[in-house]
Design a protein around this ligand. Structure first.
Ligand code: PEP
Length: 250
């Protein structure tokens, strides 16, 4: 089954509204009508409205960088999936390694967030990835399968099929060190096999798996050419319209 590539820009804690608007407008000019790749911009919560207006009427979609799993109530500081829909989001990143590392995100909370996103009609971008120590100690396979199984436990196969999983080796995020295409393909195949073991082949063949970790214009094409790599989650290189455009046009 041909899977349409999906390339998302994770803007992290960057861009005031004016900068977010300029970046989004720049991308509208370069890739606003692109239809062979799904393009997603993930600004901060405070720039969602600005970016939604900038991309209105184009092929570019918007995502958030996190959410909470409750719809309303006494949860100071949190954002509900329905609020993200209200702001114009179609996607939401969950389980990014920075959230796992600094904000106590676990496979269990990611699982709850995925269910809440499905209920609101949003598509989760579910991040998994091993640390350098885990890889060097020979535990990559165990870590990745545990994360995939934990994040996807009990979810509906049809929803998983429409979801996006991002493989982001923690040692490659923001470090300039990219996994080789062989290393990335090996883990993507492992993730797809784990999804197949949990939900069957049809679901595994449908789910899109992005690679993330120092993706740049000069390594995007070789990564994207791997059979189980269906796109990219891009941090640093997504903050400039020219480099993100070059990645999208891989
Ligand atoms: C990310 O944080 O999702 C990421 C992949 O960052 P970078 O591209 O900067 O490594």
């Amino acid at each position: 089954m041909a899977r349409k590539p999906i390339i998302a820009g994770n803007w992290k804690l960057n861009c005031l509204k004016a900068e977010a608007e300029a970046l989004a407008k720049g991308l509208v000019e370069t890739v606003g009508t692109k239809s062979d790749v799904d393009v997603v911009l993930c600004p901060t919560f405070t720039s969602l409205d600005t970016v939604a207006k900038a991309i209105c009427g184009t092929k570019i979609a918007m995502g958030a960088q996190d959410c909470y799993w409750q719809e309303k109530g006494a949860f100071t500081g949190e954002i509900a999936p329905s609020m993200l829909v209200d702001a114009g989001c179609k996607f939401c990143i969950i389980g990014h390694s920075e959230r796992r590392q600094y904000f106590g995100e676990t496979n269990e909370t990611i699982n709850k967030k995925a269910q809440a996103l499905y209920a609101a009609g949003l598509t989760p971008i579910i991040c998994v990835g091993e640390t350098l120590q885990e890889r060097e100690e020979g535990n990559m396979e165990k870590v990745i399968t545990t994360q995939v199984r934990g994040c996807l436990a009990g979810l509906e196969a049809a929803k998983v099929a429409e979801s996006v999983i991002a493989y982001e080796p923690v040692w490659a995020i923001g470090t300039g060190k990219t996994a080789t295409k062989e290393q990335a393909q090996e883990v993507h195949a492992l993730i797809r096999k784990t999804v197949a073991d949990m939900f069957g082949d049809a679901t595994a063949q449908a789910v899109r798996i992005q690679y993330g970790g120092s993706v740049k214009p000069d390594n995007a094409a070789e990564l994207m050419a791997q059979p189980d790599i269906d796109g990219a989650l891009v941090g640093g290189a997504a903050l400039k319209a020219d480099s993100f455009t070059a990645i999208i046009n891989f």
